[in-house]
Design a protein around this ligand. Structure first.
Ligand code: FMN
Length: 196
């Protein structure tokens, strides 16, 4: 069952890049992090993933492992974003950390690859911000279907790597299509349909 109390967190969370080094996580906060990991629900229950909470040089990180497929990464992202929201709601700072390297001392489980890390710790800045503080595209750049505006507001506000916000949604009858901007490095060379 998804935790609907996380909705409020979507409307105010932000990445935390400043932490209070004088306040290491307490045993209680570590237990909260473990509970958030345990309670997060998969989008695609058939996909396997593993989350490991471990110490890193600057504090604690959650390391995510999944199968080497696009859908498995989608599923892991869904799970880790729930953890981001849950830990925000519990007063902890968090930062998605795609630039982070695979942990040296934790082996990827069989059949899985290292995918993503999230830093967690005690924030030294405010955890929340007002809606006006979100640097995001307008909803018209997220969808061309006005009837989807309210539904897609959480998507509009969602975090993305380098704040790229690479998504777009269209409606075709009852079918909702989710589009993703193609990463430049995956564009085919000399594709006449793809402007540079
Ligand atoms: C998959 C992913 C990877 C990210 N990797 C990094 C990172 O390596 N370093 C960093 O400072 N921020 C990283 N971020 C945070 C984004 O820069 C941030 O979510 C975005 O700028 C929007 O800001 P907000 O989270 O405060 O809303 C990442 C976010 C996502 C979703």
């Amino acid at each position: 069952m998804l935790d609907t109390s996380l909705y409020h967190a979507m409307l105010e969370r932000r990445s935390i890049r400043h932490y209070d080094d004088t306040k290491p996580l307490t045993d209680e906060q570590i237990a909260l992090a473990k509970a958030s990991i345990a309670n997060a629900q998969p989008l695609l229950p058939g996909e396997t993933y593993r989350l490991e909470l471990a110490r890193a040089k600057e504090g604690w990180r959650i390391y995510g492992f999944c199968e080497a497929t696009q859908l498995s990464h989608v599923n892991l992202g869904f799970v880790m974003q729930q953890i981001d929201l849950a830990l925000h709601a519990k007063g902890l700072g968090r930062l998605w950390f795609g630039m982070g390297l695979a942990p040296k001392d934790i082996q990827a489980p069989a059949g899985m690859v290292y995918a993503m890390a999230m830093k967690i710790g005690c924030a030294s800045i405010a955890l929340a911000r007002p809606l006006a503080g979100f640097d995001r595209k307008a909803i018209e750049e997220v969808t061309d279907a006005p009837t989807l505006h309210a539904l897609l507001e959480p998507v509009r506000l969602a975090p993305s790597a380098r704040n790229s916000q690479p998504w777009f949604f269209t409606l075709e009858g009852q079918t909702l299509h989710a589009w993703r901007a193609r990463h430049r490095s995956t564009k085919k060379a000399h594709d006449p349909h793809e402007p540079d």
